[in-house]
Design a protein around this ligand. Sequence first.
Ligand code: SAH
Ligand code: SF4
Ligand code: F3S
Length: 435
Amino acid sequence: MTDQTPKRLFIKTYGCQMNVYDSQRMAEAMGAEGYVETDRPEDADMVLLNTCHIREKAAEKLYSDLGRLKPLKAGRPDLKIGVAGCVAQAEGDEIIRRMPLVDLVVGPQAYHRLPAMARGEGPAVDTEFPAEDKFDHLPQRRATRRAPAAFLTVQEGCDKFCAFCVVPYTRGAEVSRPAARILAEARDLVTRGVREITLLGQNVNGWHGEGAEGFGGLIRQLAEIDGLDRIRYTTSHPSDMADDLIAAHRDIPQLMPYLHLPVQSGSDRMLKAMNRKHTADQYLRLIDRIRAARPDIMLTSDFIVGFPGESDADHAATLRLVEQVGFGTAFSFKYSPRPGTPAAGRALVDDAVADARLKELQALLTRQQKAAQESMVGRTLGVLFEKPGRLPGQLVGKSDYLHSVFVDAPDAQIGDLVQVRIRESAANSLAGELV
Ligand code: SAH
Ligand code: SF4
Ligand code: F3S
């Protein structure tokens, strides 16, 4: 008999949700080659690191993790080590030069070729943006883990070229998948027990694929799928919040009342230097329109502090914008110069000043997050159970507003969508009871 032991694949995912989705698709593609996933790199026949290049620290993590794999590879020369994702795209064969233990490097638009590369039938480094659509060359979705909430990439790449950002270079030009493919993948996920889908794209609301009238139209079509109870999307650009998409937030009950809408800064001078193509006031007026359509919507955002040229007055404008909007939560980052981006050569803000601004902004955002969570106490919300909680009989799920909610529910199951009365707010989660 031939050797029937499956090969084992360990994948580590860094970065954004699009990478999480890509890791699942790569696992499925390697699954068709006889690989099963393992949580332990030491058991693996192949280790795949799906990387992020967005900030310097994110990229450096790859090299420290590769360093840690050295002893493993020394003891197991047949172990294959692959680097995928945005560092793979940005640095290509430089990764193998710096870390010769790496066997394969594959970019985010070429990973349908990973199986052939792993068989030794392709190049060791593939960072092409191929003419063919990788989605046409990937196996069907497969239920790798029982999970009622799934990601679905609908749009790839970005044409916005914000002055700080590597994404247009690592992911390439904006491409929207046709509606028919997206609907087929969504239906397939629903037959596998998925009840909530988060539509993904670096600029997801700019979706303009075949078969639907804009992103709002796509959401309307998805909302027709029986058994798809919740729809979310991320990440959006303020310039692409079309009227019809705003109206969808009013009209479509499956579309959850939550919107991540990065603004980056509250200073028009900085927004211009960042090439964001909107002013602070335009953003605020947009928020007013969104809230008019869906008054209870939870808004979240991304901020960069210490962008080149940022003054105290610019920073104060950012704090003012945050006060005016009132966010549910937000990510804030200190500017990190990225090679090849327009802002890379500009003079940096003093590091201590940037650190202090980041701290000040984060303190304000933390207060807003706390207030938003506390406003949920006493309310009854939908919760989709996704995993067991810390205590026996406890389950955890996401509320409509994407808060994690812990519930004592010994008779309930993962995948149940239940009504929960929120009892209390903790640091990063809520607790409640079934009604
Ligand atoms: N496509 C999304 C998010 C891209 S990356 C959007 O347009 O909003 C996620 C966040 O990382 C960005 O919103 C930004 O706040 C942050 N970011 C991107 N490049 C950065 C850099 N060079 N330094 C610090 N933060 C950065
Ligand atoms: Fe990057 Fe800007 Fe595109 Fe977002 S919109 S991915 S921040 S270039
Ligand atoms: Fe990072 Fe690439 Fe996503 S740079 S944030 S993994 S698109």
